[in-house]
Design a protein around this ligand. Sequence first.
Ligand code: ARG
Length: 465
Amino acid sequence: GAGKLWGGRFAGGPAPALEALSRSTHFDWRLTPYDLAGSRAHAGALHRAGLLADDDHAELLRGLDVLAQRYAAGELQPDPDDEDVHGALERLLLEEVGPEVGGRLRAGRSRNDQIATLLKVYLRDHARAVAALVLDLVDTLAVQAREHLGDRPTVMPGRTHLQHAQPVLLAHHLAAHAWPLLRDVDRLLDWDARVAGDSPYGSGALAGQSLGLDPTAVADELGFTGSSANSIDGTAARDFVAEFAYVAAQVGVDVSRLAEEVVLWATKEFGFVVLHDAWSTGSSIMPQKKNPDVAELARGKAGRLVGNLAGLLTTLKALPLAYNRDLQEDKEPVFDSVDTLEVLLPAFTGMVATLEFDRERLASLAPQGFSLATDVAEWLVREDVPFRVAHEVAGACVRRCEELGVELHELTDEQLAAISPALTPAVRDVLTVEGSVASRDGRGGTAPARVREQLDELGERSGAL
Ligand code: ARG
């Protein structure tokens, strides 16, 4: 076929079934702009090494520009005969500038160092795009949090084991979803810093190149800060793909934890939130339905993102050095992770931005389930009762409440005193949600002033990224 980069040593063409198996243009075509940029840089390296005359260099650059423009205009397509993006673009370049000039470009490089480089540049671009989308979600959570941190901050039942545990501020809980996402952005930046120093161009097929090309200049032109120190590693390593897929999976998992809560919160039983019409869906048969599909899809996509990571690691496990064609299997999963996050995050952020919380219901549920029992115990500690005893006494209060069918604040002074003489009426200070929340005023705690501080800190950190 026309887009073959090999054939000299073969008597006949490849079998059609092999071609069908081997072909990757249907998924690697998106690397076209990156391949063309790599070729431009490589042409420069050949030129500087004295392997490309001035006018040939200029003609190659012209041809590459034409292809880039045609691609941008949606007019460039691979042929069914093309094996991969590299072969297709060489064929198209030869058609544009002729075989004489076009045939000079491939000297000193291999598809092995090419693909390793291009995938890095592609993923670096998308790491930035994904990071920006994650930061949008962080900001949106912070805006929602601040809306519920006014004069009367919204309180809610904080849970462990999904059981009522202690009352917390809604702002505190929302911010707890923002911090992991901010760390994910950090992870993307950290990943990028590691990839930036390691441009594989110049590694050749595996052993390096013999033509005196300057890989640093190529690296520089492609936005890297350095080139691979080991050409075998440069062509064989794909830990950068797996690491990207891990961060993508972690973003998906972090989003899925909020998604699961939104699904629960939107049920009749919880009744914590109402979803905006624009961000929920109906049922084809049940007219009353308003479904949290965005959150459910987020939950589902997390599985897909984890699957992409697992698939990549499995492909890489025990793969001998250097390049093996197995490595072509790196692209579909990681491209899918990129596409999944780029379609998921804007929708998820839109849904979060428009969540309507039912403050009254959250407030009325906050003290239920004896969620102030810890406050009773800690109040006793401040009254100099050893915690072990205080825990027993607070537990006895709960047992008495269960017998009487009342909540802790409904116990009378006499009932409290009967449980323990240490339980004077002053304990009532902490038997309100406001009192409980205000008392947790250590760093990171749920007291309104502390939550305001952490939102400031969150804003500073996200602003610095
Ligand atoms: N399409 C290949 C890949 O994605 C790159 C080409 C290397 N092919 C080869 N036969 N050496 O990894």
